[in-house]
Design a protein around this ligand. Structure first.
Ligand code: FES
Length: 613
């Protein structure tokens, strides 16, 4: 396989004047240009900017989100104590405030809030296309935008009045306001809780879903998340009902009123500040939208890049747009399990033309490519921002699944390997099956597959496929041809022994002993995961596979049990002197294959045995 030409670094565009400053502030330094120390550069799958900085921004968004999620979770647990009593709620509140209203807790919470809002807005701003957005992302964005306007009043009326007027914002005070004085606001705060919890849980899910151990834990985590929300809301309702009951007691009501008396201007301050905050939010979002529009128009004036895909499809985009985003814009299906965060590798592409003008991978992309053992010429579409024309092939078919994302060996996506291939096939099985009940035939086949499968796996082989009464197995994909050859021959010997055992165990069912033919060859193949949906499996293709199959078939001509190529014996370091040597013709090839013929694979010299795994 020809390696692509070495990549070269090419400095990219430099937008002029004010556009340059705005670009640096919101998008980051131009793609392909190293950031200066302290300079922030953003960018992600559907977003402009620098991939490494983009990873950092995503990380900040994740960690700040986790802090806010912890705050909300503890808040809900505190609410849930309302199921017990109002007193229990306020008891829990003491602990809650001890953590979150301490100076350290406040600093962490404030920093996390600002970081999360800033990185979230940056993410929206940097997004260059809404095509291909997933349902989960839509929910994330909508809930994210709904939280701040609903949250403002809650913060002002609790923390704000506490700090400014020394108000003890106990649960009695809050629930009195939300259940007795303004029930509609109570409904809005309940809705805020649900929205924020959905946003948080979805964020955690998006973060964890690529972790191998997440899937088995997901149902338990989902149940726990639901329980926390339901119990929190139940506590809120229960506490509200208790406050409503107490409010019917004039003595309690009078004491409450005295305890929570606030200056007349306090309430006005809360509502005026809320309205001012809303206005500021709307103005800020409007400004951001206008800036994004202007930035888009400026980008369109630059030289466009053409990305060509198979089937004559193409995407024409501005320089700096990721290949994944270009695919989305052009309506070309492109896998991206992690949503373009550079974590899953499912967006990977092979670059066929235009290598020489591509910026080299950033650290984050390089790490992912190394993790999956990607061969040269493969890049992550969500991290690659071409500045010049190129031609690519997406390597993972859409719809991709999480299993496409992690835990896969590099060769799973296609690699050339020199390995040992073993074929085994029962002799005269068709004749055996004739006149027998289908159940008996299936039973014997399953027993055979079990014996063969164990023999292959015990020697570290990879069962490629069972085809009726035939089996194909691969050895040495990871450990190399020498080890593979030794293991394949050890498996052949074990298969022979296993067949004898099976013949003894099923003597009454079989009538006469089953016979088998085995062929082993070492050669160059292409290995990779091939197939469609549930039928995808690791397999090998190539001339060596056909040769191994032909050697297996040659047993019929020689009346033998094992035919192994001389190449296999030499690779395994096996001394075959004195053994029968034959030439096996391979259909479609001029030359023959030099091979050894054995009446029983169990007769193989011991030195051919590989290490049992
Ligand atoms: S979409 Fe590119 S790495 Fe996940």
């Amino acid at each position: 396989m020809a390696a692509p030409p070495p990549v070269s670094f090419r400095p990219s565009y430099r937008p002029p004047g004010a556009a340059n400053r705005m670009h640096k502030a919101l998008i980051g330094a131009p793609a392909g240009k190293p950031a200066r120390p302290g300079e922030i550069r953003l960018g992600s799958a559907h977003e402009g900017g620098n991939a490494g900085a983009c990873q950092m921004i995503n990380r900040v968004r994740l960690y700040s989100g986790l802090v806010l999620f912890a705050f909300l979770a503890t808040h809900l647990v505190n609410h849930a104590l309302g199921i017990v009593s109002l007193q229990a709620m306020d008891g829990g509140r003491e602990i809650f405030l001890f953590v979150w209203r301490s100076w350290a807790g406040t600093a962490v919470l404030l920093t996390a809030t600002m970081a999360h809002v800033a990185t979230g807005l940056a993410s929206i701003y940097r997004r260059r296309t809404w095509r291909g957005i997933t349902a989960a992302e839509v929910v994330q964005y909508i809930t994210a935008l709904a939280i701040p306007p609903l949250l403002v009043l809650h913060i002002l009326a609790n923390r704000g009045l506490h700090e400014l007027h020394g108000l003890e914002d106990t649960y009695s005070w809050v629930l009195m306001g939300l259940w007795q004085l303004d029930p509609f606001e109570g409904l809005k705060q309940a809705a805020l809780t649900i929205i924020a919890w959905i946003h948080g849980c979805l964020g955690v899910h998006m973060w964890l879903r690529l972790k191998p151990r997440y899937r088995p834990c997901a149902p338990a985590l989902y149940t726990a998340a639901l329980m926390v929300l339901v119990l929190g809301l139940a506590g809120f309702v229960s506490g509200g009902q208790e406050v409503s009951l107490r409010a019917q007691d004039p003595v309690w009501l009078q004491a409450y009123t005295q305890r929570t008396a606030l200056p007349a201007e306090a309430a006005a301050w809360v509502y005026e500040t809320r309205d001012a905050t809303w206005t500021a939010m709307i103005a800020f979002i409007g400004l951001l939208g206008a800036a994004r529009g202007a930035h888009y128009l400026w980008e369109r004036r630059r030289n466009l890049v053409t990305i060509r895909y198979p089937d004559n499809r193409r995407a024409i985009v501005e320089p700096g747009v990721t290949v994944l985003e270009a695919s989305r814009r052009a309506g070309i299906a492109h896998a991206s399990v992690c949503g373009g965060r550079g974590r899953c590798s499912t967006c990977r592409i092979r670059v066929l033309e235009g290598w020489e003008k591509l910026p080299p991978p950033e650290d984050a992309e390089r790490r992912v490519l190394r993790r999956i053992g990607a061969p040269e010429g493969v890049r992550l579409a969500c991290q690659l921002r071409p500045e010049a024309d190129l031609r690519v092939i997406p390597l993972v078919a859409e719809p991709a699944e999480v299993r496409d994302a992690y835990g896969r060996n590099g060769y799973a996506q296609g690699a050339e390997r020199r390995i040992a291939i073993l074929f085994a096939d029962l002799r005269d099985f068709t004749r055996f099956a004739e006149g027998r009940l289908p159940y008996d035939v299936v039973f014997v086949i399953n027993q055979y597959c079990r014996y063969m499968g164990r023999a292959v796996e015990a020697n570290g082989g990879r069962l490629d496929k069972f085809i009726g009464d035939g089996v194909m197995a691969l050895f040495g994909i990871e450990s190399g041809p020498e080890d593979g050859a030794r293991r394949a021959l050890a498996a052949a010997r074990d298969i022979s022994v296993a067949l004898d055992r099976m013949n003894q165990a099923l003597a009454d069912d079989l009538g006469q002993p089953m016979r088998i033919g085995i062929g082993v060859h070492v050669g160059d193949v292409i290995v990779g995961e091939m197939g469609y949906r549930d039928t995808v499996s690791l397999t090998a293709i190539g001339d060596a596979v056909n040769t191994a199959s032909r050697l297996e078939a040659a047993n019929k001509e020689f009346g033998s049990q094992l035919v192994l190529s001389a190449e296999t014996a030499a690779t395994a370091g096996l001394d075959m002197s004195g053994r029968t040597r034959r030439q096996v013709a391979i259909p479609g090839r001029d030359r023959t294959v030099d091979a050894f013929v054995l009446n029983s694979a169990a007769d193989l010299p011991e030195s051919g045995g590989g290490t049992k795994s």
